[in-house]
Design a protein around this ligand. Structure first.
Ligand code: ATP
Length: 377
């Protein structure tokens, strides 16, 4: 059982820097929470405050109904897994995993049973006699996780545990971690700047910027309903495309809105439904930021299939680059000195310097306020 609550938690370092500001989050038992954000946004500091490795300047940390701001790290019931593995080089894998139980003076036979059980879960039984220097990166990481599991913590705290692994191993370990979470049925709080890890592993993603939480929600909610332009641009690869657009009310009833953009505002997308009505009535003549993901821009054929070929005037662009990834192709174009990307099926053969006409799916257009950058819907 673990219920962890952070209430208005802030961290100010001695040099006056606020690394984390007014952080609020309820972490429920068995959740897989992932903190993401650019370098220096306060992810590790938040994790270290939960672990007790960093003092909390302001606010409250509650673990299972107990105020823990001043509780020693060992008493918090957390196990930390670091990116550099933190193994004892002079001990074997067995010794490393058994260490926490030896300190607790658990009987030898019981230690032996538990070490083998953990080694079996992690599929490292054949490595128990080796020293860390004779292990690969992925194997070291498993041992580090094994040392954490054997303590049977209320929660695992993991700081970029896969960042020292090569791309292939990283993908493999990511899948292993997802399985492990299911098997162990324990809370995991995990720090990464890798959005694929965040999207695939998390039950809840916490996106941070400048020490402030921007949005905390399930991966699909973060992707489909980003709270602001920062979250929209940070999650998704290639990033969401942004255009400055002018809103004009359409028709007598003003129940649709036209978003015009481009150098001379000659390009248009028509937004209808409740969003179109709100925009037409409240933002007529004003500017907004229009966002669209690369996969929501398409060709005529798919626009017809999607039924939006008429609400998006065909936008013809000269292609500046093409990337063929096998299962998909990315095309890039420039507009007002900004680079934009489009994700298409691999049968599209448009080459750099050729022109292509694109259609924007108006239902997938995100609209942000120009000043606050908040998502308007
Ligand atoms: P990264 O992805 O690069 O590891 P992060 O999001 O984990 O970054 P933190 O390590 O939590 O970021 O750091 C948050 C901010 O606090 C940064 O601006 C960092 O420079 C600052 N900071 C971290 N440790 C200290 C310290 N001991 N003294 C002063 N400032 C610090």
């Amino acid at each position: 059982m673990s219920e962890i609550t952070l209430k208005n938690v802030s961290k100010k370092y001695e040099n006056g820097n606020f690394a984390v500001r007014e952080f609020n989050l309820d972490i429920h038992d068995k959740e897989f929470i992932i903190f993401v954000g650019p370098s220096g946004c306060g992810k590790s500091t938040t994790l270290r405050m939960i672990a007790g490795l960093e003092d909390i300047t302001d606010g409250e940390l509650w673990i299972d109904g107990q105020l823990c701001n001043y509780i020693e790290p060992q008493q918090r019931g957390m196990s930390m897994v670091f990116q550099n593995y933190a193994l004892y080089p002079n001990m074997t894998v067995y010794g490393n995993i058994a260490f926490a139980l030896k300190i607790r003076k658990v009987p030898k036979a019981e230690i032996d049973r538990q070490v083998h059980e953990v080694a079996k879960i992690l599929e490292i039984e054949h490595l128990l006699d080796r020293r860390p220097s004779a292990l690969s990166g992925g194997q070291k990481q498993r041992v580090a996780i094994g040392s954490a599991i054997i303590r049977q913590p209320k929660a695992f705290l993991m700081d970029e545990p896969l960042s020292n692994l090569d791309a292939k191993l990283r993908t493999q370990m990511r899948v292993e971690l997802a399985k492990l979470h299911k098997k162990l049925n324990t809370t995991i709080i995990y720090v990464t700047h890798d959005q694929t890890e965040a999207m695939t592993l998390a039950s809840k993603i916490v996106v941070m910027k400048g020490g402030v939480v921007q949005q905390a929600a399930a991966p699909a909610a973060i992707y489909n309903h980003p709270a602001n332009k920062f979250v929209a641009g940070f999650i998704g690869s290639p990033s969401m495309n942004f255009f400055e657009a002018k809103v004009s009310a359409l028709g007598e009833k003003k129940n649709k809105a036209v978003l015009s953009f481009g150098e001379n505002q000659e390009k248009m997308v028509i937004i209808d439904g409740p969003r179109g009505e709100v925009l037409a009535r409240s933002r007529n003549g004003q500017h907004v930021i229009m966002g669209i993901r690369p996969e929501d821009i398409t060709d005529y054929e798919n626009a017809v299939k999607g039924g939006f070929e008429r609400s998006s005037i065909g936008i013809t662009e000269r292609i500046t680059a093409r990337e063929m990834l096998g299962s998909e192709v990315f095309l890039y174009f420039d507009e007002c000195d900004t680079n934009y990307s489009v994700r298409l099926k691999p049968n599209n053969t448009t080459q750099p310097n050729e022109k292509m006409t694109f259609y924007f799916n108006p239902n997938k257009v995100h609209i942000f306020d120009c000043n606050t950058e908040e998502n308007l819907f």
